[in-house]
Every structure is written in C-alpha cells, then in structure tokens.
Design a protein around this ligand. Structure first.
Ligand code: NAG
Ligand code: NAG
Length: 562
C-alpha cells in the first residue's frame, strides 16, 4: 500500500511538472514581432485553432445539447488544438432584446425543443442564463482548460453565412451598418477585457458582395481596429480581406495606418471549393501550382512583409470521399507547413442545432461526429498533428536551421528508422535534421549519410557516397512537390510512399495535363525547421524528464514515508 502511494505521488508530481511546462509555455497577452505571434516572453505561439460556431439563429455555441462544455473543451485540447475561433453574430450584442434572451427562450422562439432538453441535461447552468452569459461561460470553460479564444464577428444577423448578395457582406449593406458594427466590437472587446484567454478579435468574417471596395475597407477596418484596441489593448486585432477573405493584395502598396503596433494579424480563408470543382477537372500538379501562386500574390506575401497570417478557415469533407477536397488539402497542408502559418480548422462542430432550416444538420467538415462524442475520422486528426506544433520562430531555436521532409498526405515526415539505415515515415517532431545542399543532395546533418535511390520500385536508402546521379534530388512539376532524380540511363523517377508506408522510387505521376490521376503520394515539402526532435520528445518521456533535473527532495520524502 505504502509503495503504491509512493508511486502515485511520484507520478502525479511528474504530471504536475509536465503540465506546468505546458502552462508556462504561453504567457499572455500575445503580441506580434515581424511575422510571428509571440507571448510575453517573446517566444512564438503558434495558433492551432478550430472554429466553434455560435453565430447561427439560436446564438448558442453548438453542441451544448450533446455534451458538457467542459468536456468539449477538454476534447479540443486532447485533439491537439490550443485555441478556438469562436464565432458571434453582431446583433446579439447590439440588440438588447436578443442578447438578454435566455438560452431556453432562444430555442423556444425557434420551436426547437430537443436542444432545450439536451442543454438541461448536459449544461444545466446555462439553460436559463442569457445568451451573453452563456457565451461568457463557454469562453470561461475554454479558459479553464488553457484554450485561447479568438472572438470572430462572423455576421450581423444570426444565421448561416455567407452569400454574395445577402446584405450582410460589406459596410453599408442593409444588415451591415458600420456604426452599429463599431458599437458591437467595442462592447465585445470591453466585455472580455481582463479575460486572459481571449487573445484576439477578428473584426469581420468574409467581406464580400457588390459593395466591396478598398477605400471603405481602409476607412472602416482602421476604425474598427482602433475601437477594439481602445476598449481592450490586450487582444490581437485580426483583419480579413475582400472577396470572402481571399484577397489582401491591396495591403502590399498600402499598409493600414493604425495608432498601435505589434497587435495586427491578417486572416485568410482557403477551401477546395474556393475554386469551384477545378481540383477535379484539372491536373492536380498544375492546379496546386496555380492556387499557390494566387495565394502568395493575394495574401501569402504578407509573411515576407512582416505580418502574421492566420488561415482562419480551411477544411474538407472529413469522410474523405470528395476528390476536390482531398487534392486541395494535400496541396494546402504543404503550404501551411512550408510557411509555418497559424490556422483555424473549419470546424469543431459535429452537428448544428439548426442550419439552413435543417434541424440537427450533420456537419461533414466537422472534426467531431454528429453526436459530439466520437471523432469523425481519426486519420484526419493524425494528418493535422504535424502542423499543430511550430517548426520555427522566436524562442524556438533549439538547433540550427535545417529541413524536414514533410509528406502532406500522411501528415508525417521521412525519418531514419532507429538504429538501421532504413527510411520510414514518422512524426515530424522526431525528424533528424536534413540539409538540402547546393549540389542537390539531401544529407542527414552530421551523419555523412544521404538519400539515395538506384532503380524503379526499389526503396530509397541512406548511402555514404553522396553526389552521384543517384543522390541528386530536384523538386519538380508545376506543384514543385515531387522529389525526383534522373537514373544513370536518363529515366526520371520520383520519391513515393507505398501503402505500407515504405519510401520507394516510382515513375513520376501526373506530370502531363491529365486530370484523372492523383499524385499526392509523391507530394513532399522540404520544410525549414529549427526544432530538435530530441528536446520535443522529453516532455512525454518520464525518464528524460527526470534527467532534465527535477529536484530530488520529493523522492526522499517518498522514501521516508515507506
Ligand atoms: C477517413 O479518411 C480516410 C482518408 O481520407 C478515408 O479513406 C476513410 O474512409 C475515412 N473514414 C471515415 C470513417 O470516414
Ligand atoms: C532505365 O533503367 C530502369 C531500371 O532502373 C529501367 O526500368 C528503365 O526502363 C531504363 N530506361 C531506359 C530508357 O533505358
């Protein structure tokens, strides 16, 4: 018994220390330095967020009828997210007759009785709270679980968003009065002033519609930004672009003029359907090259211009059967890894109380299943996980700049398998440092080993004679995502991953204009990193945690109690 107690004590002590590591890794509030979002100590904080919808007709965060909010928050953390983009409709803070409705009344008014019973059972403390109080309770529950929150003004009139001519898309539309909007932003910023986990406010989702123009963009976005900053100087101010948050190209020649610095972030939305069904009807390599080019011109350039860029919406049908979505995602994940962007997945929501007139609408883009308990597709979560930790940034330099070889379609990186010179796929955080030399060799730094391949169908290997044609790698195709080399006899071959996860050589796929082929197994990105796999691992490895110098006194205490 005594021995058991001792172990328990030791265990919980270590867990405590580990939790403290995690906690102290973000000291709020956040600010920006060049393109990075950083904490108070100047250390990069990568926002790996998920969108949680609270802007539809009921104006209640979705899912509360299915599960206690604290469980949803804990689940969010366990899936690797550190942040939630929580959406809200303007009118619930500017129209007192809406904001003061109780949760129960809000559902009754819509004739939705099932969610009332569900919320009564799962979240009884908010059923007779006002909509604003319920919203605050969700933020607070996220805070208790160390989840950061971006408050996103998604729309004015509660409901599903966004149509081109829905009157809710741009300043001056009938549901988008700029003065009312500023009032609402001010009220929200004030309401959450002093709530530490509210780290950012995005001023307006997906500006769009016939009225959109850059002059009004500057006029009102600058005003909105100043209003938020005046009411709550702790939050990052997130600005969206025109054309459904796809176009920030105008910032290149005219940065916003603001009275404050180090708090400004831009946001971008990017889906497969942003380009209709063009991913299906076109060759995936040429499509990927084209959309990356567009993205860099319209928003990606901001990173080089010294602004953080948050991809605040992206996502796919997580069931995995939408070819358009699948092709887009492989290309997209490559870019997000390469630029090491901050992001927010659409969406956490497994099902909506009511969406577009459908009760209990099943959200196939949702990471949770319809019941808000199961994860919809764990293989999707695995693919995201590589992007949930940063590759580089201020305060994260554990070793000199190197490359990791990222494979978007698995979300894994090419690693040397332990103790043998074979290659396989594994978590990017475990990657040893690769160097891509001017001679086009891919070497494991400090190991005198380089990536080699001799023939079709054979496994790629690590060899010691580097520099010959069997180790001269080029990134090719319109997507620039194929790692290829020319065999001695002049045949072009590409690095590929077979269904068993072996790293093999194959004929290069889809280099012509064919739209019916899928090259994703051959898509790779050489991603800049300054992280050390070994240091990253120590947090989950109890033995090495002890080696890192945990005070020994508690162990003695434990012994004397025996
Ligand atoms: C999960 O996604 C994979 C890959 O996209 C797909 O093959 C699989 O059928 C999906 N599983 C479920 C349960 O949706
Ligand atoms: C080159 O060599 C490979 C064997 O590695 C073979 O499959 C291919 O047909 C050869 N190509 C030519 C043009 O000889």
């Amino acid at each position: 018994m005594a021995k058991f107690t001792c172990f328990f004590f030791l265990h919980s002590l270590l867990i405590l220390i580990i939790i403290q590591h995690v906690k102290t890794s973000e000291s709020l509030p956040l600010s920006t330095t060049s393109r990075w979002i950083v904490d108070e100590k100047g250390r990069r904080v990568k926002l790996a967020c998920v969108n949680w919808v609270s802007h539809l007709e009921p104006m209640v965060a979705e899912g509360l009828s299915k599960r206690p909010m604290d469980d949803i928050a804990k689940q969010t953390v366990s899936m690797g997210f550190n942040c939630v983009r929580l959406t809200w409709p303007l009118f619930f803070i500017t129209d007192d007759s809406l904001g003061s409705l109780t949760v129960r009344r809000s559902f009754q008014r819509l004739g939705l009785l099932e969610p009332i019973a569900g919320i009564q059972a799962n979240n009884p403390s908010v059923i007779d709270a006002t909509l604003i109080e319920a919203f605050q309770a969700v933020v607070s529950s996220l805070g208790k679980n160390n989840v950061m929150v971006i408050l996103d003004n998604h729309i004015s009139k509660p409901g599903w968003c966004c149509g081109y001519s829905d009157g809710d898309g741009f300043f001056g539309d009938w549901n988008f009065n700029p003065n009312l909007w500023i009032l609402g932003l001010t009220r929200m910023a004030t309401l959450f002033n002093g709530v530490a986990n509210v780290v950012a406010m995005s001023l307006r989702n997906e500006l769009r519609g016939p009225k959109q123009n850059t002059n009004d963009w500057y006029r009102y976005m600058q005003k909105g930004a100043e209003a938020v900053h005046a009411a709550n100087p702790n939050v990052l101010v997130v600005l969206s672009g025109l054309n459904y948050d796809r176009d920030l190209s105008f910032i290149r020649t005219r940065p916003p003029a603001l009275s404050f610095g180090q708090k400004l972030v831009f946001e971008l939305h990017w889906y497969g359907f942003s380009d209709g069904d063009a991913w299906v009807t076109n060759n995936p390599n040429s499509m990927c090259g084209k959309v990356i080019d567009y993205m860099m011109k319209t928003s990606g350039f901001l990173v080089d211009a010294g602004y953080p860029l948050l991809v605040s919406e992206f996502g796919i049908d997580i069931r995995g059967n939408n070819v358009n979505d699948n092709r887009y995602l492989d290309c997209f994940l490559g870019v997000v890894a390469e630029l090491d962007l901050d992001w927010a997945l659409w969406t956490l929501v497994g099902s909506y109380y009511l969406r577009d007139g459908t009760v209990g609408f099943n959200e196939y883009y949702g990471i949770m299943d319809w019941n808000w308990i199961d994860i919809r597709n764990s293989s999707f979560n695995k693919r995201l996980s590589a992007l949930q930790s940063p590759f580089r940034g201020p305060g994260l330099t554990e070793m000199e700049l190197h490359k990791v070889i990222f494979h978007p379609s698995t979300g894994l990186c090419i690693l040397r398998k332990p103790s043998i010179n074979l290659l396989g796929l594994g978590p990017c955080t475990d990657s040893e440092p690769w160097n891509y030399s001017p001679q086009k060799t891919l070497e494991l730094k400090g190991a005198n080993l380089c990536l080699q391949a001799d023939a079709f169908g054979t496994m790629a290997e690590l060899g010691i004679t580097c520099g010959g044609s069997n180790s001269k790698w080029e990134m090719i195709s319109d997507s620039m995502m194929h790692l290829s080399l020319k065999l001695e006899n002049g045949t072009l071959v590409c690095l590929d991953v077979d269904s068993n996860g072996n790293i093999i050589m194959n004929g290069c796929k889809c280099l012509n204009r064919d739209s019916r082929c899928d090259p994703e197994s051959q898509w790779f990105k050489l991603v800049d990193s300054t992280r050390s796999g070994n240091l990253g691992k120590s947090f989950v490895d109890f033995d090495s945690t002890i080696d890192l110098g945990i005070p020994m006194e508690p162990l003695f205490e434990c012994k004397t109690s025996l």
